[in-house]
Structures are given as structure tokens and as C-alpha cells.
Ligand binder design. Structure first.
Ligand code: ATP
Ligand code: MG
Length: 210
């Protein structure tokens, strides 16, 4: 979908955005946005800087509440879900934030352990094994003890992706995974996101600037 006017795409899907409105202090950012994100595919949200891509993404993952409209996951509207359903949905969502948003004072391993510590009761050994699995997936084997400041931009994005997929999410949101990267690294990140989407049958939403 493109955030450049009204959007209505229809097909069989897993995430539906229905007539979303969102304003901040009377300033309209999202004006009646509707779209469908297809299951098991890489779906794109494209728009110019400031057009509301991040706000829309945050509405979809539940970090912002839309003023009106509905976000529907697998036929269930977030608004109508019970608190337990909503918690379990959160657990199924992985997010790569714009700029990767790693914790600077934590190592790569500690960054990726964070969701495992928060949401699972796995043993330390199981968690470390899972960290190494996802690090392998993003081609960063052996980077466990590095701090974000020691990583290149592309490596930071890959750690962000590893952290986003560590809980085996059903839905993956990537906010501008290519920003600030050279064209070659950008292509590698695109390829990695597509590979992960196909391999794990995730419904992925990628935000990108026009
Ligand atoms: N928490 C907030 N409070 C007030 N205004 C906000 C807030 N978050 C975003 N906005 C405003 O919403 C508009 C859209 O912002 P958003 O971050 O979604 O743009 P974007 O399309 O992601 O841009 P970029 O490509 O630069 O990341 C901007 O005008 C921004 O100032
Ligand atoms: Mg943004």
C-alpha cells in the first residue's frame, strides 16, 4: 500500500486495517486508511517522510491507539479482544524499529535475550541456544559479546531482526530496515527479510520511504 491518498486493497489476508484515523493535537496524520496485509507474504507500506508510516505501524502493533477504525488480526479485531488475547497477540508480533533501537548498554546477546527473558520460562541454556540460532540466521555468528557501538549499521539492523524473530513471531514488522545503509547492504537486508518470511511462514510488513 502507499500512504499517498486513500487506500483500499482487498484479498484474503491475515491483517486488515479498516478505516483508520489518527490525529495528534488536531493534526490529522492518518485519514481513513484501509488495507489488507496478505498472510505469509512480505507486504509493503510505502510513503514519503512524515506521511504517517511509523504511526500506522505503531497502531498495528498496539503501541498507538487509533482514534477510530479497526485493526483485525486473523479475523479478530484488536478492540474486541480480551486482555489475554491481546497479550498473546503481542507475543506473536516481532518488530524491527526504525533505527534498530538496540539497548546500547547491552551486548548483542543480552539484546536478543531480552524478549526471551520477558516472555518465556526457558532455562538459560535453552535461551542461549535460541540466541545462537537466530544469530546464525542473520549471519552474525560469534558476535554475542559485542556492544551496539562496535557494530556497523547493517549489523545493527541484523541484530534488530534477530531480536524481532527470536520468539518465532507469526507477524513481523520492519520499519525502514534499509535506512542509512549502502545499496549493497540494503539488498542483503531485503533478501534476509524475504528469506525469513518464507522460511518461517511469517506475515511480514515492511515500511519503506518512496
Ligand atoms: N507521538 C507523536 N506525537 C505527535 N505527533 C507525532 C507523534 N508521532 C508521530 N507524529 C507526527 O505524525 C506524522 C507522521 O510521522 P511518522 O513518524 O509516522 O512519519 P513516517 O512516515 O514514518 O516518516 P519517516 O519516513 O521520516 O520515518 C509526523 O508529522 C509526526 O510529527
Ligand atoms: Mg518512520
Amino acid at each position: 500500500m502507499c500512504l499517498c491518498g486513500k487506500n483500499v486493497l482487498v484479498c484474503s489476508a491475515m491483517i486488515e486495517i479498516r478505516n483508520i484515523h489518527k490525529s495528534f493535537d488536531g493534526r490529522v496524520v492518518l485519514d481513513d486508511i484501509s488495507a489488507v496485509m496478505e498472510a505469509g507474504k512480505c507486504n509493503l507500506i510505502i510513503g514519503t517522510s512524515g506521511s504517517g508510516k511509523t504511526v500506522l505501524t505503531k497502531c498495528m502493533v498496539g503501541l498507538f491507539q487509533p482514534d477510530s477504525g479497526e485493526i483485525v488480526f486473523d479475523g479478530k479485531s484488536i478492540i474486541e479482544m480480551t486482555d489475554d488475547d491481546r497479550k498473546s497477540l503481542r507475543r506473536q508480533i516481532g518488530m524491527l524499529f526504525q533505527g534498530a533501537a538496540l539497548f546500547d548498554s547491552m551486548t548483542v546477546e543480552q539484546n536478543i535475550l531480552f524478549p526471551l527473558d520477558m516472555f518465556t520460562k526457558q532455562t538459560q541454556a535453552e535461551k542461549k541456544k535460541r540466541v545462537n540460532e537466530v544469530l546464525e540466521k542473520v549471519n552474525l555468528v560469534g558476535s554475542n559479546k559485542k556492544f551496539p557501538a562496535e557494530l556497523s549499521g547493517g549489523m545493527k539492523k541484523r541484530v534488530g531482526i534477530a531480536r524481532a524473530i527470536v520468539l518465532n513471531p507469526k507477524y513481523l514488522f520492519c520499519d525502514e530496515p534499509n535506512s542509512g545503509l549502502d545499496p549493497q547492504t540494503s539488498l542483503l537486508i531485503d533478501k534476509l527479510i524475504k528469506e525469513i518470511t518464507t522460511e518461517y511462514k511469517i506475515t511480514t510488513v515492511v515500511v519503506t520511504t518512496t
